[in-house]
Design a protein around this ligand. Structure first.
Ligand code: SER
Length: 315
């Protein structure tokens, strides 16, 4: 198995790369990113190259040269930053996917592209959101993710491309920082509390969103791709979640470990609108039934681990 990770310099790639190396061998994983400084960092522990995922010819050269047979297409702008430059978000998020799917077709690669809770909108049932339901998002990020799900399923049914995907909720991690997402508060808060004991939250206090801790997110990326495809009734894309909480609940949990932590709220209008349109909690039973999704981390264990790991990082 030779695996290409595109957009490897981001929050997911940073932790997916070592996991893939452990499973398939160090030399079989090629990490790429648009930014040279990210590639320099990746080179410290992996085979890494600069790649603009919109440049089809360079992309093709890499797939052919390294005999790639699986692509992790992680290149994308997140939801909040997408609203500041919607045309560019469409160009990057869809452009990278279209190239990845075309090359997967030509070179017979399997392909994983993260989808997101961003596919849902105000008209979606908000509680226990079903796997198959209304998807009318009101962000460009969500529009790209719905289009991407449809296009990936089309490539599967029309050309037999083995495309699979999960709808990630907010991913909480202590490695590379997320950037430009609506759920980023649930990562930022740990750094701010450990640095200054204070945090001003851009999301309203009682807004519930689904979340995952990174080790579960990474496991989803490989478990889904390695599962027996004959069991899959869905492909693009599966609801997955491990916990649903509001800022109030997360902060109460943090306060148990950092009693002098102070929290305030200063809602950002764009993030407030986006977070209100996303589910409070998703039903992930199809992922559990079809490929054995079963997360290990909950709010309590994640909070404790995040505080320990980030305290070490900052020390
Ligand atoms: N974490 C993403 C965001 O907030 C959602 O998939 O944009």
């Amino acid at each position: 198995m030779n695996i290409l990770v595109v957009g490897a310099g981001g929050q997911i790639g940073a932790e997916l790369i070592p996991h893939l190396q452990g499973l398939y061998g160090q030399d079989n994983i090629i990490a790429t990113d648009l930014k040279a400084e990210n590639v320099e960092r990746l080179k410290e522990s992996s085979r890494a190259l600069v790649l603009d995922a919109l440049d089809l010819e360079s992309y093709k050269e890499i797939i052919s040269k390294y005999k790639i047979n699986r692509i992790y297409n992680l290149a994308a702008l997140l939801s909040a930053v997408g609203e500041t430059k919607p045309q560019i978000a469409w160009q990057i998020n869809m452009g990278a996917l279209v190239n990845a799917l075309e090359l997967a077709r030509e070179y017979k690669c399997s392909i994983f592209t993260p989808s997101s809770i961003g596919v849902f909108g105000h008209s979606t049932p908000q509680d226990n959101t079903p796997q198959d339901t209304v998807m009318r998002p009101n962000t460009i990020y969500g529009v790209c993710k719905v289009s991407g799900e449809l296009l990936s399923d089309y490539y599967f049914s029309r050309f037999g491309v083995d495309a699979r995907s999960v709808r990630f909720p907010g991913i909480i991690s202590n490695g590379c920082l997320p950037g430009g997402g609506t759920t980023d508060y649930a990562v930022e808060v740990f750094y701010e509390i450990l640095k200054t004991q204070k945090y001003s939250c851009p999301i309203p206090a009682n807004t519930y969103m689904d979340m995952l801790y990174m080790p579960d997110a990474i496991k989803a990326c490989t478990d889904l791709m390695d599962c027996d495809p004959s069991k899959l009734r869905h492909r693009n894309s599966f609801n997955i979640t491990a916990m649903s909480f509001s800022p109030t609940q997360l902060f109460a949990q943090i306060k148990k470990h950092v009693p002098n932590a102070e929290f305030s709220f200063n809602p950002d209008p764009v993030k407030t609108e986006i977070s209100a349109s996303w589910p409070n909690s998703m039903d992930d039973s199809c992922a559990r039934e079809e490929w054995g999704w079963n997360p290990s981390w909950d709010l309590e264990s994640m909070t404790k681990d995040m505080l320990e790991k980030i305290a070490l990082k900052l020390s």
